[in-house]
Design a protein around this ligand. Sequence first.
Ligand code: ATP
Ligand code: MG
Length: 425
Amino acid sequence: MQIHRDETVLDSDAVDFESSRLQPVIVFRVHEIALKGLNRRWFTQILRENIAHALRGLNVDNFRSRSSRTFVDLHDLDQWPEARERLKHVFGVANFSLALQCRVRMKSIRSALHTLFKVEGEPEGSFCVRSRRANKNFPKRSPEIERDIGAWIQRKTDAPVDLSNPDRTYRIEILHDAIYVSSDAIQGPGGLPVGVSGRVVVLMSGGFDSPIAAYRMLKRGCTVTMVHCHAHPFVRSTSIEKVTELARKICEHQPDCRLVTVPIGEAQQQIAITSEPTLRVVLYRRHMVRIAAALAESEGAGALVTGESVGQVSSQTLENIQAIGSATDLPILRPLIGFDKNEIVDHARELGTEEISSVPDDDCCTVFVPAHPTTHATVAEAEQAEEQMDVAALVEQSMARQTIFAGDPANWDVNLALNPELASV
Ligand code: ATP
Ligand code: MG
């Protein structure tokens, strides 16, 4: 006859993988404040979709949410390092961790930790154990669990316990139907899930600023459509290649990613024929704004976004910002307006866009312009100059040769942007 042993009390070192029913789970936490109000379900649903997109191709399923946390089962522990890297890009996630879900028994907690050590390594410095017992029927109280499991880890790994400033914390959460065992959470990017704040059109040059502006908007929950205006074949194609690369980086943060390239060289020629050289940069920019606004309409976007910051270059004086912005009724958001260039470049370094942005290219706005364009354009001056041209026709002409990149950015073929004729064949 088998003697029933209360293993939670007696069997202090036993590990039992077979019967522990270990299930690796990724646990996501969002900032509670973002979940307030009626939008909670919708917000959580979009976050789940974004996480599912980030983890596509990996062996995960069974999404579920409980208060401010979302859970998903990960069936192959070898995929954790890959999942971890991808999840660092999902906005709305404050932090996340790998947890092992197991049966409600002390033995299973040890099995779970044993497995966690295999995946993440044993604690290298000091550690502590923190337990929360929502299931008050569990025979041990939290301080006792912490002491017992702490002693077991110490025996197994020789790592010292430090309750005030541990290098690693192991968390044990005891619920009615399962126990979750995890170690330190990994910081997510925070912000809001991409998609909860609507769509914007970001004007992308190949420079440092616009990708960072796009990133800031993604972080506030906006889906971005990117638009790049170029003067190829009048200038080299470098800016198009750079923007495509930059857009691929931006796309790591959102499921539904789109880049539109628009050749404006011919429109620029026509603008140059009828306007004062000093005013041309402002007129080119107004043309770009109109293109972006036309795109915003077809994309259902509620605002345009630029990487402008006051005083950075001659087109970014307060006067020129107004003269350029008045070409549309849509709000133009400028998330970098108060940033120094070096702050923006630091940000670019962190995000991995610095190297791409620093490649020299040909800015289309330098075509047919003098060395010193005006820094004090007025709306009236710009409108007067445009009376000599059919601005709507110019926009239509440029848009007719746009190239739209959508779907998986890995498959985007830059040749289509260089030869818009190919795209329409
Ligand atoms: P960036 O580093 O983003 O190129 P910049 O310091 O070079 O900025 P400008 O060239 O004056 O500044 O551009 C200001 C903003 O205008 C850019 O951040 C971008 O949003 C938009 N812009 C500039 N050039 C283009 C372009 N060719 N196509 C689309 N948008 C553009
Ligand atoms: Mg630029």
